[in-house]
Every structure is written in C-alpha cells, then in structure tokens.
Design a protein around this ligand. Structure first.
Ligand code: FES
Length: 306
C-alpha cells in the first residue's frame, strides 16, 4: 500500500523519449561490411548494401513511429473566447522527443558522411577513373629479327623519369595472314611483382631512338623466364611451370604504326596453348595485380577490379 502511494503518477502531458532501438548499430555494422567488401569482394559489398537498406529502413521506421501514429480521438475543446486586447500568436513549440529524433537522424547522417565520403574519394574512386597506359613506340620492326627474343627496356611515363622504367620480352613471330605477329611478355612476376629474367645468355644492349622515348634492346636466347625472389619459373610462352606464381606472365597488346612496333595496354593471362603466332592465349579482361587469383574459388578472397 505504501509502495502504491509512493509510485509517481504518469502524466499525459510529459514528453516521452523514443524507445531504444538496435537498428543504428545494425546499420553501422552494415556500412562497415560494405567498406570491408570494397577491399575484399564484390559479393560482400552487395550483402552489405542489402543489409544497410533493410536496417536503415527499420531504423527510420522506428524513429518516425510517433509521427505516423494515428492521433487518438479527443473531445473538441470548448471554444475559447479571447478578449480583443489579449489576442496574441503563440509560437509553435516542439516537444523534446521530436528534438531528440531530429538530432539522432542529423547526427547519424553527419557521422555517416564524415566516415564514408573520404573513403569513397580516396580509396574507391581512383579505381574507376581512366588509368589507361600510354602507347610506347618500341622502334622499327627491323630491330626485331624474326624468331629471336629481345629484351626491351623503356620509360613508360617520360614525365615520371626512371621510376617508370619497364621491361618487356619481345619475340617477332613472323607473318601470320600477312600481318606481323609478336609475342610481348611483361617481365613482372605474377607472384609478388619482382622482375623476372630470361633464362639464357644476354647479348650486347643497344639504344634505339624512337619517336617518343629511348628504348634499350638486348638480344637474348632464353629457355624460359625465372624470378629470383621466390623461385617462380615460367616457360618460353610465359606459362607458370614452378613456384608460387598464380598464373602465366602478363602480356602486352601491340600495334604496328608506320613500320614501328608500338606497345599497348598490358593484360593478364591464365595460360597459353601452343607457341608463337599459332598460340591460343587464354586472356583475362585487363591487367590484374600480381598474386591475385582471377578465377577459381580463391577469387572471392581478392578485391573487386573494376
Ligand atoms: S615475386 Fe616472383 S616468385 Fe615471388
């Protein structure tokens, strides 16, 4: 009885706080999953987006429950007679619960923006902007005797200087359907990116002046290509034969322009059947980073490559 007397009465006019909800935390978890997915796998990103939409919807539904509640019917208040001189416009008032709802939403949006925008700008956006490689003039076709391998070393971005030096292994395969055929293999090991070397004696290097950058050409007679870092080994078509590399060596597209060999974009290769001009190249779409599994079940562990 004493307890009942001490219990405070509920007052209808007192504003009430929104009931606690777990959806903001679930939404934050979904956003974290999206960010993780952008690094790890597109599948995880898609799951994160779906969860974020669902949890975001549930969060907004909870927060706006009071706004959507049907008002209880109340008796119309008796008309108030206002004296002429007392007529004054009452300013519109907001309850504390409404203020808290708006602040929660505003604060959540601000924190979401602060966390998400820099990540999108600095980590994700660069992957979608044009990163085409410039075409490199490797000199006249006469510099590439038919059937022989030549190590071509060149500066891929002249403005960047020596730091952009690249090496490609070039073999003139002769004519195929009256069109010159070349095999051009990147020297970048597809394990962790170390420079591979031809397994054979190198000849005398010679500098060739081209329309753009100087190119050094060194004749060689390799039996394959080897990587000094972890023992990766490749055959003469760039197929992996031993060690940790995950696929064949990357290759370059090429063009013949005014009698010169012009290097295009690199691309990644699963494996190559056959040799020279008759080889069948199992190509992936674009160049993929070293160490990345592009097919097989392992591919879900690697970042999405736009
Ligand atoms: S980087 Fe070539 S084998 Fe490891």
């Amino acid at each position: 009885m004493a307890d009942e007397l001490e219990r405070p009465e509920h007052r209808e006019s007192e504003p009430h706080l929104p009931s606690p909800t777990i959806w903001p935390f679930a939404f934050a978890g979904a956003v974290a999953l999206i960010l993780l997915g952008l690094i790890v796998s597109l599948t995880i990103t898609a799951i994160g987006v779906v969860l974020a939409v669902v949890f975001g919807f549930l969060w907004i539904r909870d927060v706006t429950r009071d706004l959507r509640a049907e008002p209880e019917p109340v008796e119309a208040p008796p008309p108030v007679v206002v004296e002429e001189e007392e007529e004054a416009v009452e300013p519109e008032r907001y309850t504390r619960s409404k203020f808290l709802e708006a602040s929660t939403l505003g604060l959540g949006a601000a924190i979401g923006g602060i966390v998400t925008v820099p990540v999108l700008g600095f980590a994700v956006l660069p992957a979608f902007v044009d990163q085409d490689y410039p075409d490199i003039d490797l000199g006249a076709l006469d510099n590439y005797p038919e059937g022989d391998w030549v190590i071509a070393t060149f500066t891929s971005v002249p403005e960047d200087g020596p730091v952009s030096r690249r090496t490609a292994f070039v073999r003139n395969n002769g004519l195929r359907n009256q069109v010159p055929s070349f095999t051009i293999i990147s020297n970048r090991c597809v394990h962790l990116g170390c420079p591979t070397q031809p397994q054979g004696p190198p000849g005398e290097p010679a500098e060739v002046q081209t329309t753009a950058v100087p190119v050094t050409l060194t004749p060689t007679q390799p039996s394959g290509f080897g990587c000094p870092c972890h023992g990766g080994a490749y055959d003469i078509e760039g197929n992996r034969t031993a060690g940790p590399p995950v696929r064949a060596l990357d290759r370059y597209e090429y063009l013949i322009v005014n009698g010169s060999l012009v290097l295009g974009n690199p691309y990644s290769v699963s494996h190559v059947d056959g040799q020279g001009a008759d080889a069948t190249i199992y190509r992936y779409g674009e160049a993929v980073d070293p160490g990345v599994h592009v097919d097989g079940p392992e591919q879900i562990l690697y970042p999405y490559i736009p």
